[in-house]
Design a protein around this ligand. Structure first.
Ligand SMILES: Cc1ncc(COP(=O)(O)O)c(C=O)c1O
Length: 338
């Protein structure tokens, strides 16, 4: 697999690492402006005397908004630079990653191939993938489990010569470096909220790539917290370690990880559904249940347990993924009423 290393890191006088925009690959249309930083008013924040703002990556282009725009930018740029015909990646029938990849590929004139977990399913996401022109192959469950084996990619490389391979969830070092610019976005906008500092940055973690980027970009004294969307034994900590080590240079502080998975990836329950509904009513911000809903619920729970000091200023990353909510909407409404 070819993955380019981007970003000439510069150390600032306060210890933060900055990634000059010009050294980064171009972002997709709609994603070249900073995503807004929105301050939230919620009863549970007031009770804890903590201030929270959301970095609204979900407001970027709905086709590839969220953290995907940042994770995909380097490999899309590499495919264009190296004149690769396209990209191959893996995911499930609701995958935000494949959705963004397919849309971005179509926009940039790159072919895309999606290797899907399980047997053919008709979901809103799968319909979009087909509409965006992604070539789909259903691997079954056993076939998908083989994705980490050494010889897994050989037949696909033979079938799609010259295509770049993108690991599940779009995890690689260049993607992590690209996500470091989220911290720059936060730092550039904090003054608009009247904040002189951001104490903590919270984000949902699936592979840990976005979190690795936040850790690489964080200013000294800024704590990065990852709300695990997958159970703790699913390897996020090890992947984070690998990415941060591979990034080399001065040591980023390892993020604090908390289990926000509620018993399993994609497991949803009545408390989560009710929390999301109340959050949306109170703030006007829609969440999806697998990542951002669990992130905000984990943050509220941490506040209610008294784990965060009054006066703390927190930014939580709204990493998008609302497209994946379509298939779960009816179940969420049912659970919220239960
Ligand atoms: C909406 C959303 N948020 C967060 C994540 C987690 O990102 P990462 O894999 O970089 O940990 C994902 C999955 O990639 C996602 O789809």
């Amino acid at each position: 697999m070819r993955v380019a290393a981007y970003g000439h890191r510069h150390r600032l006088h306060d210890g933060a690492l900055m990634f000059p925009t010009l050294s980064l690959p171009p972002l997709l249309p709609g994603c070249d402006q900073p995503a807004p930083l929105q301050r939230l008013d919620c009863a549970w924040l007031e009770q804890a005397a903590v201030e929270l703002a959301l970095l609204r990556l979900d407001l970027l282009d709905p086709r590839w908004g969220g953290n995907k725009a940042f994770k995909l930018a380097p490999i899309l740029a590499e495919a264009q630079r190296g004149a690769a015909p396209g990209l191959i990646s893996l995911g499930g029938a609701h995958s935000n990653h494949l959705h963004a990849l397919a849309a971005a590929g179509q926009h940039l004139g790159l072919l895309t191939v999606g290797l899907l977990r399980g047997h053919p399913q008709d979901t809103p996401t799968v319909r979009d993938l087909a509409r965006y022109g992604m070539q789909l192959h259903w691997l079954g469950y056993g076939g998908y489990r083989q994705r980490h084996q050494a010889d897994f990619w050989a037949p696909w490389q033979a079938r799609y010569p010259g295509f770049l391979i993108l690991e599940e969830g779009g995890s690689n070092l260049a993607a992590a470096h690209s996500c470091a610019r989220l911290v720059t976005m936060i730092e550039q906008q904090k003054a608009l909220l009247g904040w002189s500092r951001v104490d903590q940055i919270w984000a949902a973690a699936g592979t840990g790539t976005t979190l690795a980027g936040l850790a690489l970009g964080a200013a000294s004294g800024q704590q990065v917290v990852g709300a695990l969307a997958v159970p703790p034994d699913h390897g996020v900590s090890a992947q984070l370690q690998r990415l941060l080590q591979a990034a080399g240079g001065p040591h980023a502080t390892f993020p604090r990880l908390i289990d926000a998975s509620r018993g399993g990836f994609a497991r949803i329950d009545a408390e989560l559904a009710r929390f999301m509904q109340a959050f949306e009513q109170e703030t006007g911000v829609a969440l999806e249940p697998l990542y951002t809903g669990k992130l905000l619920l984990a943050l509220r729970d941490a506040l209610q347990r008294g784990e965060i000091r009054p006066g703390t200023r927190i930014v939580a990353v709204h990493s998008g993924g609302l497209q994946g909510r379509r298939a779960l909407q009816a179940r969420l409404q049912h659970l919220a009423r239960a």
